[in-house]
Design a protein around this ligand. Structure first.
Ligand code: HEM
Length: 116
C-alpha cells in the first residue's frame, strides 16, 4: 500500500512538471505569433496620412511611430523630406543625426514585426 502511494505521488509530480513545460512552450509561440510580417505593399498602406497609422521599416524590422510632433501627416518634419511613413527607411536612418538608437530610446516607437 505504501509503495502504491509513493508511485501515485511520483506520477502526480511528473504530470505537474510536464504541464508546466507545455505552458512555457505555448507562451513562446504566442510571443512569436504577435510579430507580423509585412510585404512592401502592405507597409505602404501605413503612410500616416488621413488618420492611417504610421509604420516604417528599418534593417528588416517594422516599427510603429505613434503620435509625435516630429512626424506630421506621415512626414518626419526634421528630415527635410528624407523620411516618411509606410516606407523602408534603412538608408535615411544611416544619414540621420540620431541614428538607429532613436528606435529604442523614443517612447513613440514600438517594434511590431518584420518586412519580407
Ligand atoms: C536625414 C534623416 C533624418 C533627420 C535629419 C532626422 C532628424 C531628427 C531630429 C532632429 C529629431 C529630434 C531630436 C531627436 O530626438 O534626436 C528626430 C527625432 C526622431 N526621429 Fe529622426 N531624423 C531623420 C531620419 C529618421 C528616420 C529614417 C527615422 C526612422 C524611423 C527617424 C525617427 C525619428 C523618431 C522616432 C524621432 C523621435 C520622435 C519623438 O520622440 O517624438 N528619423 N529626428
Amino acid at each position: 500500500m505504501k509503495k502504491l502511494i509513493i508511485l501515485f505521488t511520483i506520477t502526480l509530480f511528473a504530470v505537474g512538471c510536464s504541464s508546466v513545460e507545455d505552458e512555457s512552450t505555448s507562451n513562446e509561440k504566442t510571443q512569436t505569433d504577435k510579430q507580423i510580417t509585412f510585404t512592401t505593399t502592405e507597409l505602404s498602406e501605413y503612410d500616416g496620412k488621413s488618420g492611417n497609422d504610421c509604420y516604417v521599416a528599418v534593417s528588416g524590422r517594422v516599427h510603429e511611430i505613434r503620435e509625435s510632433d516630429k512626424w506630421v501627416d506621415g512626414i518626419h518634419t526634421e528630415s527635410e523630406g528624407q523620411a516618411s511613413c509606410g516606407r523602408d527607411l534603412t538608408q535615411a536612418m544611416d544619414e540621420s543625426p540620431h541614428g538607429i538608437s532613436i528606435l529604442t530610446t523614443s517612447p513613440k516607437v514600438k517594434m511590431i514585426g518584420t518586412i519580407e
